[in-house]
Design a protein around this ligand. Structure first.
Ligand code: SAM
Length: 211
């Protein structure tokens, strides 16, 4: 999360009263096992966007244990929609499989593999794409998935401002990833008129496809 917004963010999160047992269980599991999942306030915004878009065909890059996947697929279900989600790590893939099973959702298609290869194998169009995997590959994920985005579709990118390291001092080991993310943001500003950068959560990037 961006440190500057910490207090406002804590207030927002304190007002969210989650009741779903499985979601609570997954949040606990993620916390105890250091699994990175969307933060609470980003999860709320993500659900809102999926709902507002009346999304029927969602692609997620980066399943982890299925937390954001369950949130999105539950909303897509209202519109007779489905979720395709991909994960490179087999252990997480299996944990997500178990969680989707527990959720009772039947509108989820899971893919085990590297999104750098798997996205371009897909032969369908999506109206909502959520990119939330390795930040060093964001441009690649974006370019591959944008080709599959329907007109008026939305791409939602999480963690694009990487803990604020894009504009403040950062540990040397993150040099390449910071450079890549800065270049990616420049590229989005130059190529996508709709690109919007939101400074909450860990930074969110939104793109709408006009034609
Ligand atoms: C931040 S987590 C996803 C969190 C999830 N979207 C949520 O909020 O519940 C990122 C996940 O992307 C996966 N990942 C990283 N690189 C990937 C790649 N090239 N292809 C597919 N998955 C990848 C990681 O293994 C990790 O589980």
């Amino acid at each position: 999360m961006l440190e500057e917004l910490k207090e406002a963010n804590e207030y927002v999160v304190s007002k969210i009263k989650e009741k779903d047992e499985l979601i609570l269980e997954m949040e606990q599991f993620a916390h105890e096992n250091n699994v990175p999942i969307v933060t609470k306030e980003v999860a709320e915004y993500l659900k809102f966007m999926v709902d507002m878009n009346k999304s029927k065909n969602i692609l997620e890059v980066g399943t982890a244990i299925g937390y954001s996947g369950i949130l999105m697929a539950s909303i897509a279900k209202k519109y007779d929609g489905k979720l395709t989600t991909m994960e490179i790590d087999e252990t997480r893939f299996n944990q997500a499989k178990e969680n989707f099973k527990k959720s009772g959702l039947t509108n989820v298609n899971m893919i085990l593999g590297d999104a750098c290869e798997e996205i371009s194998k897909l032969d369908e169009k999506f109206d909502f794409i959520f990119i939330d995997a390795s930040k060093g590959q964001y441009k690649r994920f974006f370019e591959d998935s944008y080709k599959l985005l329907e007109k008026d579709g939305i791409i939602f990118i999480d963690n694009i401002m990487f803990r604020g390291y894009l504009y403040k001092e950062y540990p040397k080991r993150f040099k390449t990833i910071v450079r890549k993310l800065n270049e990616f943001i420049e590229y989005l500003h130059e190529t996508c008129p709709s690109f919007t950068l939101l400074p909450f959560g860990d930074g969110i990037g939104l793109i709408k496809k006009y034609k």
